[in-house]
Structures are given as structure tokens and as C-alpha cells.
Design a protein. Structure first.
Length: 152
């Protein structure tokens, strides 16, 4: 069970900025992923398990698992920056530690250190089953670079 501090909500303006950015990501829409929680330095993304995101053995594909992990960490970092900032992943390492099974996957990105230029986040991905049981299927760490938001 997650403690209350980890489920603190970001301000409405930050939530809107993160949701708007997420909605512009073609890959997240294509996968069917959605934001489930936006808090200061912490973001959860949910990906329903369905045939279109599986690999040949029926597990959720490592590419889909990695994509939601990367986005969860990136958006966790972005929650701590001003509205003129954006982030891009510089590198990440992911450990796929169990087959990605369940009714859906939940990626949790958490900021470890937010800096002026570089930010380091950790992420965990859980397979969540209908009975509420969560199993860790992947974890990792990433480095993101803070940049000026592109003009639209």
C-alpha cells in the first residue's frame, strides 16, 4: 500500500500541463496508456494489457513496458519544473525482472534528484491483476535533461 505522501496531487495547473503534453504523445495514445496520478515528482501511467501490446508469448512487450516507464519518469521530472521548461530523456536503464502479466501495467516514475540541467528518476512497473495483486515486473533509472519548451 502506498502512503498518503506518495499520492499527493500536483497543482491543477501542473496537472493540466502534464496531461496536455501526454495527450500530444502519439505513442502513448497508440498503446492505449493513460495518466493515473500526477503528483509533485511522481507520476503513474496505466497501460491496459491487450493483444496489440503483447509479444509472442502473450506477455506485454518489453517495448511497451519500457515506453510507459520512460514516460512516467519524464513526466515526474516535468512536474517540478516551471511552465517554460520541458524534458528529454538522455539515457535510461531498465531491468525486466518478471514476465509482464496482469490486467494492466502500472508504471510509477519518481524523481530522485532534480537539478538545473539534469534530473535523475527511478521507475518501477507493476503487473496488476483483477484481484488487486501487484507484481513488480521491471525497474530502472533514467537521466533527463531540462530544456526550454519549444514554441508551438
Amino acid at each position: 500500500m502506498e502512503d498518503q505522501a506518495q499520492l499527493e496531487q500536483a497543482s491543477p495547473s501542473v496537472q493540466k500541463r502534464i496531461q496536455d503534453s501526454f495527450d500530444r504523445q502519439g505513442l502513448m495514445g497508440h498503446l492505449g496508456a493513460r495518466l493515473a496520478h500526477i503528483g509533485p515528482g511522481r507520476v503513474h501511467i496505466v497501460l491496459p494489457a491487450r493483444p496489440e501490446v503483447t509479444q509472442q508469448h502473450g506477455y506485454v512487450h518489453a517495448g511497451a513496458t519500457s515506453a510507459i516507464a520512460d514516460s512516467a519518469g519524464g513526466y515526474a521530472a516535468l512536474t517540478l519544473f516551471d511552465e517554460d521548461s520541458d524534458v528529454v530523456t538522455v539515457e535510461y536503464k531498465i531491468n525486466l525482472i518478471a514476465p509482464a502479466t496482469g490486467d494492466h501495467l502500472q508504471a510509477v516514475g519518481t524523481v530522485l534528484k532534480s537539478g538545473r540541467t539534469l534530473t535523475v528518476c527511478q521507475f518501477e512497473v507493476y503487473g496488476v491483476h483483477g484481484d488487486g495483486v501487484r507484481k513488480l515486473v521491471a525497474n530502472g533509472q533514467q537521466t533527463l535533461i531540462r530544456m526550454n519548451r519549444p514554441t508551438e
